[in-house]
Design a protein. Structure first.
Length: 301
């Protein structure tokens, strides 16, 4: 079946990098907001029949940027899926490099919404036949789909980059128990017996404040702190401060999805990070590691 990539408004860079690597045909999307705030989206085609019987692959991340917030990105995605379905696509495969709202996957306080699950249900309802995301906050969220759904692992690509930093006595730190599986698989890329230290983190469900504790064996060692999301930078900065106090030599702050809101960059560097390392699931100045190879393998499989 012929495949065509649809580059969503939010994934221009990663989308085009993937087009170049896959050598597949692609279509762009035109988008704007009406004066009342409603979104408009149009797949840039002169003839809708081009979509008929094709496998259409949408790449649209859901992170907020200076141009649009995540809510706009979600509605745009749903609109693209729905249009392709209406135009007679044989299969609509949806790639969401960063799944917004994934941290709202539990009811922490009575009356809350399982928004992570709701987003998945809407994507399926709009007409998706298959779903892919990268390093999802919790794999369990994918249970909300009845269509095939996949969590792609970015760790080997991140590790390829981190390895070029010539680590000495590396130790991987997991900033909380939730990230420990990810950190263990990450540590493996730096050697058989690379230690993994797991912090105990408690977040106040009302204020969002975090309390972090750990006793670390990192004196004169290179530390890699790996998390799925770096948002306000609070978690990362707390982990860096503890690693620094414990005598770490170099400290690398690694995140798959760098939202870096407010003063996150300053906070992390001020705490003592030597480098911030991330991917292009979201456009940001620290996206040294592209996910285009991962998407290419997935699309061409
Ligand atoms: C939480 O469980 C996530 O894995 C991240 O640790 C968290 O979202 C980071 O947020 P922030 O940068 O605001 O501390």
């Amino acid at each position: 079946m012929e495949k065509i990539i649809v580059i969503g408004p939010a994934s221009q860079l990663l989308g085009m990098r993937t087009v170049i690597k896959t050598k597949l045909d692609f279509v762009q999307t035109e988008y704007k907001k009406f004066p009342d705030g409603e979104c408009y989206i149009r797949i840039q085609l002169d003839d809708e029949s081009i979509v008929e019987g094709k496998e259409m692959i949408i790449i649209q991340t859901l992170g907020a940027s200076n141009h649009a917030d995540q809510n706009q990105r979600i509605i745009e995605l749903l609109m693209i899926i729905s249009s392709l379905h209406r135009m007679g696509a044989k299969k609509v495969r949806v790639i969401v490099p960063y799944l917004a709202y994934a941290r709202q996957d539990k009811v922490f306080r009575p009356g809350e919404t399982l928004t992570a699950n709701l987003i998945c249900e809407m994507i399926e309802k709009a007409g998706a036949d298959e779903f892919f995301t990268i390093d999802i906050h919790a794999e369990k969220i994918l249970d909300s789909f009845t269509i095939p759904s996949h969590n792609l692992n970015p760790m080997s690509l991140l590790a390829d980059y981190v390895t070029t930093l010539n680590l000495k006595d590396p130790v991987v730190i997991s900033p909380d128990k939730g990230a420990s599986k990810r950190s263990k698989s990450f540590a493996h890329f730096f050697g058989e017996n690379v230690p993994v230290e797991v912090f105990s983190k408690e977040r106040d469900v009302v204020t969002g404040d975090i309390k972090m504790t750990a006793s670390l064996d990192v004196d004169k060692k290179d530390v890699i702190i790996a998390d799925d999301i770096i948002s306000t930078g609070g978690t990362m900065a707390s982990a860096i401060t503890i690693a620094k106090k414990s005598g770490a030599r170099k400290i690398y702050a690694v995140g798959t999805h760098l939202l870096l809101i407010q003063d996150a960059i300053a906070k992390i560097l001020h705490a003592g990070a030597d480098k911030i390392i991330g991917t292009d699931t979201i456009n940001n100045p620290f996206a040294q590691v592209s996910m285009a190879d991962l998407l290419t393998d997935t699309i061409l499989k």
